[in-house]
Design a protein around this ligand. Sequence first.
Ligand code: GLV
Ligand code: GLV
Length: 329
Amino acid sequence: MGNHFLVTAAIPEPGLQFLSDAGQVTVLPEPPSYGTLATLCASGDFDVVLTQLRDVIDAPLLADARVKGFSNYAVGYNNIDIDAATRHGILVGNTPGVLTDATADIAMLLILGTARRVVEADRLVRDGNFLGWEPKLLLGRDVSGAVLGLAGFGRIARATARRALGFGMEVIFSPRPPDDRPLSDEELGEFVGKVRQVPWAELVEQNDFLSLHVPLNDQTRHLVDADVLQRMKPGAILINTARGPVVDETALVEALRNGAIAGAGLDVFEDEPQLAPGLAELPNTVLLPHVGSATVRVRSEMARLSALNAVAIAEGRLPLHPVNAPVTA
Ligand code: GLV
Ligand code: GLV
């Protein structure tokens, strides 16, 4: 078989099996540096590259790449310059849908975990400081009755809304911040009458929990900056399961320190895997290592989809889940 797949990090089965059924597979033993990956992409040895979020596929790399496409092992694709890929006739695929519920579970977990101070509580017990039931030990916030503000109203935001409504929260959202593009009742579907859409500026001021569900792009980079943090309620909590750079993390540390907001639950960071100085020392945070999609079943589904995308591209077809517009073959 003529197809040769480059896989930048071993993915779960059935991903590798699907690829080896369709051609030759090279799995890199460790994450490639930018230079190594650029050289491999330019070598002409590979038809499709199966990439991870940490692989930076930018315009210069794409200009020299001699591949048919990239299959990103993720729903997000901010690591790939899609416009440049399209210009060069290079297809890109992603893995939407399969990780929606798992990621919404992590958003809910962060809402509950920050509200009820789970990290502080766990540490207190492990440190041997649990001395018996106390009327004022680790009092947190109510989730029922609190207002959840969703920035974005795509699949993951909707799955989070469903959970939050089940917990008795009031749900408001802004469909595509920072611009306001109201959704019709048809677009709202099952949520008509259950959630309220408000302009971004109002969402910022009215929430008790602000959960981010926007893709990272030029419009959403630092969507939550010092000004937004200042306009939030002092008791509000920021939740981010989307992409780190949507938040100005340095401004967030400052806001948490000076009480502009009350807490933060983060699964993503601005400069992953680095944390902004001071963030890890703040008690009013729950910090997770980007595990939104990390269940055995979901990662296996992502492997299946990304492998099918890669095989389709190698065979000259569109991927199951194309990110960019069809290009002339
Ligand atoms: C994870 O962050 C993804 O985009 O799949
Ligand atoms: C992104 O894919 C989302 O589901 O919101």
